[in-house]
Structure formats: C-alpha cells, structure tokens
Design a protein around this ligand. Structure first.
Ligand SMILES: [Zn+2]
Length: 781
C-alpha cells in the first residue's frame, strides 16, 4: 500500500513538477518527532502472549507467557500507525551473529558466542508490518497494565535515550516516514542475570545490525557497542565486511566565512552545496563540535529550516561531534541539489598560558556522514595580533584596523580541513628536490613550557626547534616520495597546537606541543613527525572506506615513519623499534587474556578498544598494522640480492591508483597479491581479520653426510598459539662467518614442521629463524 502511494506521488510530481503531496512541513516533523521521542503506552488495552516470537535476522525475542501493550498510534501519510510497544512476562532472547568476527567479539564480552537469556520485560519499536503480524498472533486480555508497568517501560526507554538522546526517535521517524516502509527494529530488554542489552536494525546505516550491552558502575552507567555489522556481511570471506554505502547526500562544496576573536570564539556562516544520492529526502543529519551553537539554518531562498539537537551531555562518548537533525521543508529527489546555510557560533579554542589552544580539529564546520570529500572556499577574519594559517592556498590577505582578512581555497576535494592561529612565527624552508615547508610555532611559548616542565622533569629546550622539526618534515617528505611516489600539493604547512596529539589535513599538519620542546634521543619525536607527514599519502591522500579499513591510514603512517627511521638511523635501530612493538603486542595480549578481554583483530578498527581492552586501538590499529606491512615487505624482498623493487612498486601503485579515493582492505589485498605473486586470503585472514600470534620453537642439528661428504642441517619448528591451519613464510639466516650469510625462505604450514637444508660445504656458525622481525612472532631457539 505504501509503495502504491509512492508511485502515485511520482506521477503527481511529473505533472506538478515541484511539490509532492507526501512532503511534510517541518512543523509536522517536529510534532511527529515529539510523539516518537515520548511514546505513550496504551495501558487500557493489553494482549495475552503465549510463546510468540519476534524473529529479526540473528536476533529473536521469545515471549513465553505475559502481556503486551502498544503505544498510542501516530498519523503518517494519513494512516494511523502503531510503531512499538512493551512486553512484560516470562520470555527469552536469542542472539547469534552470523559473522565469525562478531561471534568472537561477543565472546570477549560474554565468554560465549551466542546468547540465550531469560528476560522479564522488553520495549520495542518497529515498522508497521511487524504490528500487523503480531496482532494476528495475539489475543486481547481482560487485564490492564497500570502505572507500575508504565514506569518499568520508561526505565527501559531511558536506557535507549541515554545512548544518544534523540537519535533513536529521529531514526525511527526517518524509517516510518519512508515511502519504502523500512523494516526498522529497536529493542531494549533486561536479562534476568545480567546487564540490560539493546538490539537495533536500522536500514539507513551501513552496519544495520547493532548490539549494545549496558553497564552500571557506582556513579556511572554506560553502554558498550558489542556488535555492529552489515546484513550483507554473511559469508566468511570478509569481502562484504563494509556492507553497502548508504549516503543520501554527497557534499560537493563549502563556502565558509568565519570570524574568530582573540579568545577563540567564532561566529560563522557555512554554505553547503550537496547532491542528493537517494531520495525522497527530507530528514537528514549533520554533525558539529558540541561547543558550537547553531543560530539558524536556512535554504538558499532564505527560508528557515527546522532542526533538532538533543540535550548536551559531555559524558557521552561521542561528544567530539554532535548530531543535528534537519527537517527540510521540501522533499528532495535523486540528483537534486541541496543548498543549506548554517549560522553558528561558539568556542573552537581555549585561551590559556597567554596562548590559544585550538581544540576543534576539523569539526568546526557542519559535516555530513563519513569522511565525505568536498572542495572549500574559506574566508577568515582574525585578530591581527595572531598569526593565522589554514588548509588550502592563500588567495587574498589584508589587514584593516585590528583585523586580518584571509581567503583560501581547497580545490582538491578533502574530507577534513582545519586552520590554526596564535602567537606563532612563520619559518619557511625551501629546497630544490621537495616542496616548500612552512613551520608555524612560538619559540617563547615553548621555552615557557619547557621551563615549567623542567622543574619536575629536567627538560631543557632544544636549540632552534623550528629547524629540528623542519629537518624531519623535509627528510620524511624525501623518503616517502621515494617509497610511495610524489607528494601531491604545492607546499606543506606544519603548525604547533597546544595538545599532545597530531592531526593531518591536506597540505597541513597539527603537531602537539611536546615535539617542539626537544627531539628525544630514542627517535620517538622523529617517528611522530614522520607519522603525521606520512598521512599526506595514507589517510589524506588515499582515504579509507570504513573503520574496518582505518589501518590502511594509521598502520601505514606508522610503518612509513619506521621506514623513515630506518633511512636516517640504521637497520639495528629500526629492528629495535620493531622488537619493542612486538613485545608490546605480545605482553598486552597476555595481560588482557588474564582479565578476560582478548584483543580484537585489525579489521575491528576502533571497536577493538573497549572498557575491557583499553589502549588496544593504538596497539592493534597502529602498531600491529605497521607489522602487517612489514611482513608483506619481507614476503616480497629478494633474499639473494635484498632487492626491494616489488615493495616499492606495490606502494607506488597503491598510492597512484587510489589517491583521492577511499579504499577497502580488499582493494589493497588485490595490489599486494599482484606483487607477492600468490593469492593472499590466508595472510589477510590470519593477520587482519583475526588476531593470531604465533610462537615458534626452532631447533636444528648439523649432520655430516657420509655419502655426499657434505653437511646436512635437520631443522624442526613447532608452533603454538595459532589454529592448526595457520601458515606463514619465514626467512632463515644461515651464518657462516661474520660477513658470510645466506638466506632462505620456508613455508611453515603445520604445527610440527621438519625440513632439511642439505649439501652445505661449510659448517654454519649459527642459523637464525625470523631475522629482521620478518614475522610478528615470538621465537625460541
Ligand atoms: Zn595517525
């Protein structure tokens, strides 16, 4: 019935061109949203249940005995629609993710790979079709619910709202008003002997299925996202791990005018031009920094657009950005252009120590979706006492009174852009073989910080830090140009920020304050600077499709920094860094084994970190990912000549093919296979989609062969910590004398593997398994 209506709507559209009878005005949406945000339970009408089940993909809610009441209906498109209800009685929930990686993840939280839990109550929201099928199973009951039942229902509802306030009701509205009759489902229920859980199926999300566990600690309750995956990710080959792209908008261009005062408060106007990718579209979400207040949103005709922004609660884990739900005045269809103007103001920087600390990163303007690339025209009015710099190329600069006017354009589409301002001085470094490097930093400020820190830590300020930082920036640019191909923009600007992290934008890098005080003797400053430069290739240059692929940015930047380190120091120091990293990965795993939460695989992305496995994001997505690239490099190296042409060619082709695009792990795998020369399913399964860490025990005997008069070496490798079908190519270094070494590569594909190196004329002094940290493994020999 819904579909018929929609076809009719299209027909009318063809005739009347510009208006649709189904389009809501924003007042309608506001009312509707209010009703959905605060559902009223019809306690006077309850239904008896007897073993009635709601099946939903991998989830089932079995209502054994008890009663259901439904919410008061709302009116959508002239139809009265029931969109959810409440169950109380004896029931159970079953949940078993159809994806192995997600079952492993469930195991990290529940120590089992499926759930079968008794429950006593459940609140649920659904598409109208589910109401129709439920009604067929139910019988009216003589008993009514009373206020105590409503109270219990509200408690479960508040758990939903706590997760992200209005977003669930907004998403419900988006699904209910869709002419396609989307099969939305959301439930919150309380297992008898465990914390409450939530299950959601939202067809608008790339990962439609999400499962949360709610925790409670004294003074703090929070929810942990346990599972999140796409309904299309049903095979075990990981090819559909990213699900399907669901963006309804493609942001094309921003035109932003911003005034920033000396205390870091902005007043801003952002014009956004977008193309509609799927319609009809009237409800759409943007996000922005929580500290920024939206004053109004208008369309291009100057008409006000209604929007909704939930309560601000900084304890929410997604506080870095805040959602804004827009109720557009008209319906947009595929191919339409949407023009919006956001007027907003608020803090983007903190004024402290007599300096500005920019905390906005790239969330100082309204964003849509996930890493959407756009071009930008930027106009800034800033206090002329401050030095100002931004992403993009400077088009105009003038000073009038106390104000500095600058205009910038970013003409290569970029996902994230930022700027910086403060009492910084600009230093320019130019050399023939690389692009100019601009350094923005304040010598005095860092001398003050160093002075302050030296009271406890005996830290002295380094000499000419702008030169020390520039040296790493310039040299890493050189190394990366050699390994990955030319840098893509006309210059690279680097600015201090008063934070401890770094962040990379197109042609622009934020470096935290620590690295401007000194250059540490262990190389960590050099690695940090090079990591951020490497993002110009990985992350900024070649983007990533979803969080499952983020290791292609962070792990690659991490390994690029190590490549740089290898060039500026030596192999010994490079291998020492890898060894440290290997020890970190192995030792933390041991620790988390004992506390019950085992680290997740690289492909789990940010989700590998949880309250049970804190710090695992850095360990897995940065450090272990860097090892994956190192292992591939070792697989490709010619062990006779130590020639690395294949590795270089792979990296250059990957960069050349995907610069300006977003890649998946599968895209990278295809290019890796081309240069390794074999299919690599096994490699990615073991190292990226699973978290196996092998431990090898290596023994050998050198035996004199009486018939050949030569020496045979009988070798044995036993493997622990991995499944039976685990395999890996391992190099062996056979040392004959100080400068006489030979290398061979062996495929170890069973847990007890014996092989022979026959016919040696000289007696080896030593044979080493896994030189160069070639494989992320522990080796005993
Ligand atoms: Zn990074």
């Amino acid at each position: 019935m819904k579909i018929k209506k929609y076809l009719f709507a299209i027909f009318i559209l063809l005739v009347l061109s510009n208006s649709s009878p189904n389009a809501y005005n924003s007042q309608d949406f506001s009312e509707l949203h209010q009703q959905l945000y605060y559902p009223l339970l019809n306690i006077n009408k309850t239904y008896k249940v007897s073993s009635d089940t709601i099946f939903h993909h991998d989830f089932a809610l079995i209502m054994g005995t008890g009663r259901i009441a439904f919410f008061d209906p709302i009116v959508i498109n002239g139809d009265s629609v029931v969109y959810g209800g409440y169950f109380e009685g004896n029931g159970s929930l079953l949940f078993r993710p159809s994806v192995q990686m997600e079952r492993d993840q469930l195991n990290r939280f529940y120590h089992k790979d499926s759930l079968d839990e008794e429950i006593n109550s459940a609140i649920f929201f659904f598409a109208p079709s589910m109401y129709d099928s439920l009604l067929k199973m139910l019988q009216l009951s003589d008993l009514k619910f009373d206020n105590s039942n409503t109270k219990k229902m509200r408690k479960l509802h508040s758990e939903i709202k706590q997760e992200s306030d209005f977003l669930f009701s907004f998403e419900l509205m988006r699904n209910l008003t869709s002419p396609f009759g989307r099969p939305y489902f959301l439930t919150c229920l309380e297992p008898k002997n465990d914390y409450k859980i939530m299950y959601q199926f939202n067809p608008y999300l790339r990962e439609e299925i999400r499962f949360w566990k709610k925790y409670w600690e004294p003074g703090n309750s929070f929810s942990e996202l346990v599972n999140s995956y796409s309904q299309y990710n049903i095979d075990e080959s990981y090819t559909n791990i990213n699900g399907r792209k669901k963006a309804q908008l493609d942001i094309l261009h921003y035109d932003i005018s911003t005034r920033i005062n000396y205390k870091g408060v902005i007043v801003s106007e952002a014009k956004v031009k977008a193309k509609v990718l799927s319609g009809p579209l009237q409800l759409v979400q943007f996000s922005i920094l929580p500290s920024l207040v939206i004053d109004s949103i208008k369309n291009i005709q100057g008409k006000m657009i209604d929007y909704y922004r939930g309560k601000l609660d900084m304890t929410f884990k997604n506080w870095e950005t805040r959602q804004i739900a827009l109720f557009l005045n008209e319906e947009y269809l595929y191919g339409d252009t949407l023009n919006l103007i956001f007027y907003y103001h608020g803090k983007v920087a903190e004024y402290d120590f007599g300096e500005l600390y920019l905390f906005a990163g790239s969330n100082w303007y309204p964003k849509y979706g996930w890493r959407d690339r756009a071009t930008y025209d930027l106009k800034f009015k800033t206090d002329r006492r401050y030095t100002f710099t931004s992403c993009g190329s400077l088009q105009n600069e003038s000073k009038i009174g106390d104000t500095l006017f600058t205009e910038w354009t970013v003409s290569q589409a970029a996902a994230n852009i930022s700027f910086n301002l403060g009492y910084m001085k600009k230093y320019k470094f130019e050399e023939d073989d690389i692009v100019p490097v601009e350094i923005f930093y304040s010598k005095e400020l860092h001398a003050d910080i160093a002075n302050y820190l030296s009271q406890d830590l005996m830290i002295g300020i380094g000499k000419d830090m702008e030169k020390q930082v520039a040296e790493d920036i310039q040299n890493s640019l050189r190394v990366f140009k050699h390994y990955f191909g030319p840098y893509a923009l006309p210059k690279l600007s680097v600015s201090e920020i008063l934070a401890s992290h770094g962040e990379a934008f197109p042609g622009f890098v934020h470096l935290g304050f620590n690295t401007w005080i000194n250059t540490d003797a262990w190389g960590n400053d050099r690695l940090f600077r090079a990591h951020e430069v490497a993002h110009q290739w990985w992350g900024v240059g070649v983007g990533y499709e979803t969080y499952h692929d983020q290791w292609l940015s962070e792990g690659f930047a991490e390994y690029s920094a190590l490549l740089y380190f290898q060039v500026i120091t030596d192999n010994k120091k490079f291998l020492k860094k890898l060894k440290e990293s290997r020890n970190n990965i192995f030792s933390v795993r041991k620790y988390i084994f004992s506390s019950g939460g085992e680290a997740g695989p690289i492909a789990m992305g940010y989700r590998t970190s949880s309250t049970k496995t804190r710090g695992d994001y850095g360990l897995i997505v940065y450090e272990k990912s860097a090892f994956v690239l190192h292992m591939l490099r070792n697989l490709m190296i010619d062990l006779k000549t130590m020639n690395e042409d294949k590795f270089l060619a792979m990296m250059r082709e990957f960069y050349g093919t995907y610069r300006g695009k977003d890649v998946s792990t599968q895209d990278f795998k295809r290019i890796a296979e081309k240069y390794v020369g074999i299919e690599l399913d096994w490699f990615f399964d073991q190292w990226v989609y699973n978290n196996y860490l092998p431990e090898y025990n290596f023994t050998y005997d050198i035996i004199h062969n009486d018939s050949t008069k030569l020496l045979d070496v009988k070798c044995r490798i036993t493997t622990k910590g991995v499944p039976d079908n685990f395999k890996m190519y391992l190099p062996l270094e056979i040392q004959f004398g100080k400068d006489s070494k030979a290398y061979i590569r062996i495929l170890v594909d069973s847990k007890d593997y014996s092989f022979e190196i026959p016919g040696l004329s000289n007696r080896p002094r030593k044979i080493i398994l896994n030189p160069f940290e070639s494989v992320l493994a522990k080796v005993k020999q």
